[in-house]
Design a protein around this ligand. Structure first.
Ligand code: ADP
Ligand code: MG
Length: 239
């Protein structure tokens, strides 16, 4: 099947350090792929390159048959959620969710309708007039998710969205994210350094090390058939 998002030969250096070394990745429409790997292996940089927040040195990126390398971030139709919530503290939950739509000139009624729908989806309708500081970490992340879905992105990039949360909330929220992702058939890249998270969430796992994808496959494949010692250790195949 034809990939919906295609990365080819992505290279990125910071100074003399190669952070991404010829990364290739094909993602199908509606697929949830995790990028898994140790801290510093290049996961966030790869997401930022896809989103257009960091310029690539070499390579090509196609989304829905369109070459997006030279497009500014907003024109790429990509949503992103970061580890730290990064909601606007001076805007209410509803205003946060509607922010992107407002920037794109959506009419008030359309914004209202969409934010009502999303507030329902994340189960925070009763908090619509609250400010971020009045919410728990998990609630803030659900608002961040709703905010990025509001503008109907073609791809959703989640950069360790659960890492700052308690273990119990993390587990609940990851199942919620998976349900929403399936419900919307949302093409998603989920970054994590937590192998358990990757194994339970993904259609496909890409394990990265030092700027390369060293193995990709279903969670079962990576766990049961690690191609190298590094993969085996990282996936906990020996345990
Ligand atoms: P990960 O998200 O997997 O932890 P990152 O993509 O954040 O890894 O970082 C990969 C490498 O690139 C690290 O060595 C990091 O120090 C370096 N790096 C990331 N961003 C910058 C930057 N803006 N300038 C210089 N080096 C950077
Ligand atoms: Mg990172």
């Amino acid at each position: 099947m034809k990939p919906y998002l295609k990365l080819e030969g992505i290279r990125k250096q910071f100074g003399t350090t190669t952070v991404l070394n010829q990364v290739n990745l094909d993602i199908r429409e509606g697929e949830l792929v995790t990028l898994l790997g140790p801290s510093g292996c290049g996961k966030s940089t790869l997401l930022r390159c896809i989103a257009g927040l960091t310029e690539i040195d070499e390579g090509q990126i196609w989304l829905d048959d369109k070459d997006i390398v030279n497009l500014p971030p907003r024109s790429r139709e990509i949503g992103m959620v970061f580890q730290s919530y990064a909601l606007f503290p001076n805007l209410t939950v509803r205003e946060n969710i509607e922010y992107g739509m407002r920037m794109r000139g959506a009419a008030k009624e359309a914004r209202r309708q969409r934010s009502d729908e999303l507030l329902e989806l994340i189960d925070l309708a009763d908090k619509r007039d609250a400010y971020p500081a009045q919410l728990s970490g998990g609630q803030q992340q659900r608002v961040a998710l709703a905010r990025s879905l509001a503008v109907r992105p073609k791809v959703l990039l989640l950069d360790e969205p659960l890492s700052a949360l308690d273990a119990k909330i993390r587990k609940n929220l990851r199942m919620e994210i998976r349900e929403i992702q399936k419900q919307f058939n949302m093409t998603t890249i989920f970054v994590t350094h937590d192998q358990e998270e990757a194994l339970t969430l993904s259609d496909r796992v890409c394990l990265m090390n030092q700027g390369n994808i060293v193995q990709q496959g279903t969670p079962e494949e990576l766990y049961a058939k690690p191609s190298t010692e590094f993969v085996a250790r990282f996936m906990g195949s020996y345990n």
